[in-house]
Write a protein that binds this ligand. Structure first.
Ligand code: DAH
Length: 372
């Protein structure tokens, strides 16, 4: 029997040169571990370290071979030698990790003393992401209303005909449906109806909110809307709206005007003037469109690109909630009144930042997005 302290052949011999069954003794294991540790200390690079690891701890390594040979021993021996061999294995593994760290650290120190490597230089800042301009403007719009006591709720983008139209006083076959070019979901119920669609506006949340709450109600509803629409500089087939609804006893048109006037000033500057003109939306009566005086030309109009010479810019639709809408959700229109409004988020951003084409928002061009 003999365990060589030096490899007998090759860089590290695998052959233990012993008859495992008869000659495995505690000394052999101690010697094996001893020589392994000694060799390890002399190694100075990671490749050599790996060769060492394979030769002792690898699948066919020397210590692994010993451990595998244990099964041939009788119980008494197996216990004694087995525990020794396992200790040796653990010791070699620890030493291996230690030595690896030492070598790596030495390499690091070396590189930090190289003259072209300045460890005192600040790190390169990672490129930070940012919120999409639509998200930013939606948040800004909501914040303006939250500051006036409104809460924020959201609703489904796949909506029922019932909420998108019926509850808003737009029955089937009513010509007002043509105001919203609708993307219908390809699904029919048992009655052969096609009841689902991609919501064409955020107004359906008016009914959903009123169905689940009692007045006083003050909410804004930001969300994505979809229309079956040919796109151009001012039309997208998907876009964001922010809806608003306030219902309580004694709410009047004066409340509508005051609230929306304050909103315009918060978004577009203290000096803003507003203008209300009659408009038609089936779910409000009276209905209006609201404009602000042009902030680009201060309402002068002449030669202004933003307001197209008119001095005014339309920013939203609004009105007093139609009594039929209140009735449908079970409110008594004699007792409660309210106002509602809806505005397009991208349109507000376009006005505020002078963006000339709504298609920029979803073209995913980093040069556009980076500006916000
Ligand atoms: N939902 C309307 C649209 O998409 C906008 C609107 C107008 C909402 C008047 C309202 C409103 O709440 O009162 O065209």
């Amino acid at each position: 029997m003999h365990v060589s302290r030096r490899p007998t052949s090759g860089p590290y011999a695998i052959d233990l040169g012993i008859d495992l069954l008869n000659e495995l003794t505690p000394q052999i294991i101690e010697e094996l571990a001893g020589s392994a540790v000694e060799e390890l200390a002399a190694l100075d690079n990671l490749e050599a370290l790996d060769t060492w690891r394979v030769s002792y701890l690898g699948r066919r390594g020397r210590l692994t071979t010993v451990l595998r040979g244990l099964s041939a021993l009788d119980l008494e021996q197996r216990r004694e030698i087995g525990s020794l061999a396992n200790q040796a294995k653990q010791q070699l593994e620890e030493k291996f990790t230690e030595r690896t760290d030492e070598i790596k650290n030495a390499a690091l120190e070396l590189s930090s003393t190289r003259s072209d490597f300045d460890v005192t230089l600040p790190g390169r800042p990672p490129a930070g992401g940012r919120l999409h301009p639509t998200t930013q403007i939606v948040r800004e719009i909501c914040a303006a209303f939250v500051g006036m006591g409104f809460g924020v709720v959201e609703g489904p983008e796949v909506e029922l005909d019932r909420y998108n139209f019926e509850m808003l006083n737009i029955p089937k076959g009513h010509p007002a449906r043509d105001m919203w070019n609708t993307l219908w979901i390809d699904y029919q119920n048992e009655d052969g109806e096609q009841p689902m669609l991609l919501r064409t506006h955020t107004s359906p949340m008016q009914a959903r909110v009123m169905e689940t709450r009692q007045p006083p109600i003050r909410v804004v509803v930001p969300g994505k809307c979809y229309r079956y629409e040919a796109t151009d500089a001012t039309h997208e087939w998907h876009f964001f709206q922010v809806e608003g609804l306030a219902v309580d006893e004694g709410i009047t048109f004066a409340n509508l005007k005051g609230t929306l006037y304050e909103f315009a000033r918060r978004m577009f500057g203290e000096e803003r003037q507003v203008r209300f003109r009659c408009d038609y939306f089936p779910f409000v009566e009276p209905g209006v469109d609201m404009s602000i005086d042009c902030f680009a030309c201060d309402g002068n109009g002449q030669g202004c690109r933003i307001c197209r010479d008119s001095g005014w810019i339309e920013i939203m639709g609004a009105g007093m909630v139609h009594p039929k809408v209140l009735e449908r959700v079970g409110y008594d229109p004699q007792k409660y009144t309210g106002f509602a409004f809806g505005l397009g988020a991208e349109r507000i951003a376009m006005l505020k930042y002078g963006i000339d084409d709504i298609r920029h928002f979803y073209a995913n061009d980093i040069r556009f997005l980076q500006q916000f």
